[in-house]
Design a protein around this ligand. Structure first.
Ligand SMILES: [Fe+2]
Ligand SMILES: [Fe+2]
Length: 264
């Protein structure tokens, strides 16, 4: 059986997240030899959104595709880049007039990987029904190799999407909460699933944000501008092995690099 691998890296947060990807990605690639490397970059620019320079930089260090999330449009500068770029997507279940697109295909070694980005609706109520949305996308593609970045807050909604798409897509990967879950598995009909891949960035903050500011916010109830946390960084991701012929996932493995002594 011929197989290939996909590395997916969870929400890259600010400069610490970008630096850790730059530093660890070469080792990850050497170890796993992925055909595709996809990252979620919705927090790559100071924790909110992404810029064209940052996206270009991620591509220059070996990223093949970038997905986003609820912070996709935080930096206005990215709007035209989203319209023009072939390998960067924002959530698909938003008004059609928004910049950019919600799915892309990336072809390497004769494999056309279809990548889709959708947002959940629980605690994120600006979005259209992601289940109807994915039905419509899937009815228009004949690719067997499909990866969904399902950007959502609630594990229940993400687990439901995993079961809904079992056997229809290669992988359903949750993002957005920034906390990696330990429920990775290949579902019975061949879909790799994890509720949340986790965050890539400062690990001593509150999902990437300076913890002291957040403690004050919760204690006082007063608003405060957030800052990217300092200190050590982590990289969160998954590696998926896929059958070339069928597009079905064979395995999914978590990556949580959090310092010099952790394995990748
Ligand atoms: Fe995020
Ligand atoms: Fe998010």
């Amino acid at each position: 059986m011929q197989t290939y691998k996909i590395i997916f890296i969870g929400d890259i947060f600010g400069k610490p997240g970008r630096k850790v990807v730059e530093r660890i990605l070469p080792d990850l690639k050497e170890k796993h030899q992925p055909l595709f490397t996809i990252v979620n970059g919705e927090n790559a620019a100071s924790g909110k959104g992404i810029t064209s320079a940052i996206a270009d930089h991620l591509f220059s260090i070996g990223v093949d595709g970038i997905t986003l999330g609820n912070h996709a449009f935080a930096k206005k500068e990215i709007y035209s880049y989203l319209d023009e770029g072939n390998y960067i997507i924002r959530p698909n279940n938003i008004p059609a007039m928004a910049p950019g697109k919600g799915f892309m295909d990336i072809t390497k070694d004769g494999i056309k990987l279809y990548v889709i980005n959708l947002c959940g609706r629980i605690f994120m109520n600006l979005y259209d029904d992601p289940f109807a949305n994915i039905d419509s996308i899937l009815s228009n593609t004949d690719s067997k190799h499909i990866l969904l970045d399902f950007h959502g807050e609630a594990t229940s909604e993400k687990v439901t999407m995993g079961w809904y798409l079992d056997g229809k897509v290669t992988a359903v990967l949750g993002t957005h909460t920034h906390v990696q879950t330990a429920d990775e598995r290949v579902l019975p009909k061949g879909t790799a699933y994890i509720s949340d891949v986790g965050m890539t960035g400062p690990r001593d903050g509150v999902i990437g944000v300076d913890r002291f500011i957040n403690i004050q916010r919760f204690k006082t109830g007063l608003p405060a501008a957030f800052e990217v946390a300092s200190g050590d960084s982590q990289l969160s991701g998954v590696v998926i092995e896929v059958d070339k012929a069928s597009g079905k996932a064979l395995s999914i493995e978590r990556i949580l690099w959090s310092g010099e002594h952790s394995e990748i």
